[in-house]
Ligand binder design. Structure first.
Ligand SMILES: C[S@@+](CC[C@H](N)C(=O)[O-])C[C@H]1O[C@@H](n2cnc3c(N)ncnc32)[C@H](O)[C@@H]1O
Length: 288
């Protein structure tokens, strides 16, 4: 008997996307919907199941939901993306850290790290500035985290235009058209699967990065609702940043933040053309 090929109706697709958004916060852009639809139709055909059966399986089977998430995320990233933020770290913030904290490691969280270029850029830069760093690289996509752990990247991950100084940091790791990091650099980075949309439900201290001196939360807000962006920013301020800790968002995403409802713990800093948040110490906040 020949099995009929399943094609999703708009209503079925909408209900599956709603489930995805409910669990991940991701509101797929119209340009990505076709790819997600094709993936789901392929799954339904492979497994010979209906849409309601697939939904039930998604809820019961974490692996199956993970596969859908991995298909639905946009993982575009590259080394030293938004170079000005890295220049600020190199020229001002890391030297300041070294002068005040000495050999104490700076704790950095690359939230929504994708394949890990952001985390490795931070590790390389810290090393180059003589700063010890403990870096947590997290994402909701389990596949990209495996890639991050392996520490091997395509040449195409180097894309900064005017970043010749940063390119030089990468050159020692370049072999056979790939960037391969050594155990020393890799040992600065720990990967964790963290779903930012459920950040308020993470109970265990082991999973949620705490007392972070720097958080990079870049190029992920674009997929979230205004309320979710606020929730994530405010929980990071409350639970994840150390007093005086800095939170960097993408320069392209500042317009997507509702500043009027942001936690009073987060001070807005404009340093030249670079924007970031700085966590006020609770004492300062209490005094106004
Ligand atoms: C465009 S990449 C940004 C990577 C890097 N931060 C940068 O700026 O180059 C967006 C990343 O956000 C991740 N992401 C999407 N929704 C997420 C969620 N709910 N929790 C954690 N990560 C999420 C995706 O898997 C993807 O790797």
């Amino acid at each position: 008997m020949i099995q009929e090929t399943v094609h999703l109706t708009q209503e079925e697709l909408d209900s599956l996307i709603a489930l995805l958004t409910q669990y991940t916060g991701i509101i797929p852009r119209s340009s990505h919907l076709e790819g997600i639809k094709n993936y789901i139709e392929k799954k339904l055909n492979e497994k010979c199941i209906s849409v309601p059966e697939y939904k039930t399986k998604l809820i019961a089977d974490k692996g199956l939901f993970s596969e859908l998430i991995n298909e639905s995320t946009v993982n575009e990233t590259y080394f030293f993306r938004e170079e000005k933020q890295f220049l600020l770290l190199r020229d001002r913030l890391f030297p300041m850290w070294k002068a005040t904290a000495g050999s104490m490691p700076v704790k950095i969280w690359s939230a929504a790290c994708s394949y890990g270029e952001e985390a490795y850029s931070l590790a390389l830069l810290a090393k180059n500035c003589g700063v010890n760093a403990i870096i947590t690289a997290s994402d909701i996509n389990s596949q990209v985290l495996e890639h991050c752990k392996a520490g091997v990247f395509k040449d195409s991950s180097i894309r900064s235009v005017d970043g010749s100084s940063f390119k030089n940091l990468l050159l020692p790791y370049k072999t056979d058209g790939k960037i391969q990091f050594d155990p020393e650099i890799k040992s600065c980075i720990t990967t964790k699967e963290i779903n930012l949309s459920k950040i308020d439900e993470i109970q265990t201290g082991a999973l949620l990065p705490k007392n972070q001196n720097i958080v990079f939360l870049r190029n992920v807000f674009i997929y979230f609702s205004q309320n979710l962006r606020l929730k994530i920013l405010n929980i990071i301020a409350e639970k994840c940043l150390a007093d005086g800790g800095l939170l960097f968002v993408s320069m392209n995403e500042t317009a997507q933040i509702n500043f009027s409802e942001i936690s009073p713990l987060l001070e807005k800093v404009m340093d030249g053309s670079i924007f970031y948040f700085k966590k006020k110490s609770r004492e300062v906040k209490a005094n106004g």
